[in-house]
Ligand binder design. Structure first.
Ligand SMILES: Cc1ncc(COP(=O)(O)O)c(C=O)c1O
Length: 393
């Protein structure tokens, strides 16, 4: 086999796809599986968004656009940022991207040199680790501890900063924990980073999925208005049930956003105009479907968490946002991986082990509440039954 580039051998991708392979194999064998593994809303995209896309296609909006994104969409992003975060970024601070995932790679590529360091929450979204490794940089993992309600603690970040630190990633609400980091910790992290000239990538893809009974959403962008060292990552996949549309938005300092735009131009040329028209409708159009989905997630979350806590040996805190619950299974005498295999094989319930998200959550599993309340209840029953058959009550 002819050798590839050194960087090609550093690409890890997303470990959850391995679990998906296993699940699909069992389904091919005729086993019925209840799905809680992928962070993919089970709702379809709201009709008003689809209709705008279809109209755009029919009216010939099918050509290349500005690589930075349609002016009207960037304007809509600026307005919604003003409403939600209290500042209105300039158009040149906004880049429309093919999905939010791409922002992680674009930002790291434009900010971090080989051998420099990025502080990353662990457990965290796997793309962070994969993109850092591919860029030849070093992921410095900061453990999100259960005793701190899985928050990113400023003191922990401070201790990991070196002369090589270029970037700190914050993700609140978090994938995979559903936890939110309190304002005072974010303010402190911002202060530490600003003093040392370090960038912050704030992954806010779940910012519209903060539940009513949770703390207020807080973004470090409210402190610097994305003018000096904060980059906001946002996307349409989760809150608007638009995972397959592939569209996101980055807000950051103009000189960085300009370079990220050139990288996007090199790799993608631009984002499809009819998708961008749909995204304008998602932001500015009727929000009732979005609200209904959020209320449904909130209900499911409560039922799931109370079901999980009714299993002896399982412990799960109430998620404040996102679509994930993160449960400790150490009381069952199993690791997260052992429990995930057990739940899949013995109960027909697919979920993900904490080890898919880093090194510091081996005793946890992530369960996405992207399945109906009746299926959540059924899954809990099946897990209980399987544990009973195994001799654990
Ligand atoms: C924390 C986090 N950031 C970014 C993304 C990427 O989202 P997108 O579908 O827009 O690429 C995800 C998707 O699961 C996520 O969980």
């Amino acid at each position: 086999m002819i050798k590839l580039s050194d960087a090609a051998y550093e690409i890890d991708g997303q470990p959850m796809f391995k679990v998906l392979d296993k699940v699909q194999k069992l389904e091919r064998e005729g086993k019925k599986i209840l799905h809680f593994e992928l962070g993919e809303p089970d709702f379809d995209t709201p009709d008003n968004i689809i209709n705008v896309c279809v109209d755009a296609l029919k009216s010939g909006d099918t050509h290349y656009t500005n690589s930075m994104g349609l002016f009207e969409l960037r304007e809509a992003v600026a307005e919604t940022t003003f409403k939600s975060r209290g500042f209105k970024p300039n158009i040149d601070q906004i880049l429309i991207t093919p999905g939010a995932n791409a922002i992680i790679y674009f930002a790291i590529r434009c900010l971090v040199n080989m051998d420099e360091e990025v502080i990353v929450p662990d457990p965290g979204f796997p793309t962070y680790f994969s993109a850092i490794k591919f860029c030849g940089a070093k992921a410095v993992r900061v453990a999100l501890k259960e005793e701190n309600q899985h928050q990113l603690m400023a003191d922990d970040v401070r201790q990991l900063i070196t002369d090589k630190t270029r970037l700190v990633i914050i993700n609140s609400p978090s994938n995979p924990t559903g936890a939110m980091t309190e304002q005072k910790e974010i303010e402190e992290i911002y202060k530490i980073c600003s003093d040392k000239g370090i960038f912050i990538l704030s992954d806010e893809i779940y910012s519209r999925l903060v539940f009513k009974d949770s703390s207020e959403f807080f973004s470090p962008s409210m402190l610097d208005f994305c003018k000096s060292n904060v980059i906001v990552l946002n996307g349409f996949s989760k809150a608007f049930a638009m995972t397959g549309w592939r569209i996101g938005a980055a807000i950051g300092p103009e000189h960085l956003i300009g370079k990220m735009g050139l990288l996007l131009q090199t790799v993608n040329s631009c984002v499809s105009p009819f998708i961008q028209r749909a995204a304008i409708e998602a932001i500015n159009g009727d929000q009732s479907d979005v609200q209904t989905m959020k209320e449904e997630y909130s209900e499911r979350r409560k039922i799931l968490v109370s079901g999980l806590n009714s299993i002896e040996g399982v412990r799960c805190a109430m998620p404040k946002g996102s679509i994930y619950a993160f449960a400790s299974v150490s009381g069952l005498g199993m690791t997260g991986e052992e429990f995930s295999d057990f739940a899949l094989e013995q109960a027909g319930v697919a979920l993900l082990p904490g080890s898919s998200f880093g090194h510091y959550a081996d005793n946890f599993v992530r369960i996405c509440y992207v399945n109906s309340i009746s299926n959540i209840n059924l899954a809990i029953e099946k897990i209980k039954e399987a544990l009973k058959n195994r001799g654990i009550k």
